[in-house]
Design a protein around this ligand. Structure first.
Ligand SMILES: [Zn+2]
Length: 190
């Protein structure tokens, strides 16, 4: 962390973090999946026991992670894809962060002739969800580029797609804390 105006410039030059994709409830959005497989998968702790506003901590692995080792604290899986959100006239790259259930669904689709690879050029997806909390169900329906018209959406031009591909996030967006920092956090909780 850095204080003063220098810090602002530094943060700015590192580029903005991609926004997370939010699938609205009981509505459908069109996306294009930009990766043929997740660009990152890890486990995360949701820590509610401190007064800090920050709640999420990347798990360092069951052997090493003080939250796991000392507290036996629960983790949940985070699996991430880059997608283009087609819902505005100016499609933007977003990170679709999901749990294992949805990821398994995508894995199955990634193996089917009709929907592989997930980022195939002519392939878009209509995504909706229902239910809430742990019972949230995602519905994914493949949409061919030619059928986008039904949603009033134009397929991406080659150069638009190239541009979006360049804005994809990679594993560097995952925040890692040191063992020492997580030990301090554990101290705070105990
Ligand atoms: Zn852990």
């Amino acid at each position: 962390m850095e204080s003063g105006w220098g810090g602002v410039d530094k943060v700015k030059s590192q580029g903005g973090f991609a926004e997370n994709l939010k699938v609205p409830k009981d509505d459908e959005i069109i996306i294009k999946i930009l990766d043929d497989q997740p660009f990152a998968s890890y486990r995360e702790h949701w820590v509610q026991e401190t007064k800090a506003s920050r709640k999420t901590y990347t798990c360092l692995g069951a052997e090493e992670c003080p939250l796991c080792v000392t507290l036996g604290h629960q983790t949940s899986a985070k699996i991430m894809f880059n997608v283009a959100d087609m819902s505005s006239s100016d499609p933007t790259v977003k990170v679709w962060s999901m749990g294992t259930r949805l990821a398994e669904k995508l894995k199955t689709l990634a193996q089917k002739p009709r929907t592989k690879p997930l980022n195939r050029e002519d392939l878009y997806w209509a995504v909706s969800k229902s239910g809430k909390g742990t019972s949230t169900e995602y519905n994914l329906e493949p949409v061919k580029a030619d059928d986008l018209d039904d949603w009033g959406i134009e397929p991406l031009e080659d150069d638009e797609l190239d541009d979006l591909m360049e804005q994809r996030s990679d594993q560097s967006i995952i925040k890692w804390d040191s063992v020492e920092d997580l030990e301090e956090l554990v101290e705070e909780i105990l």
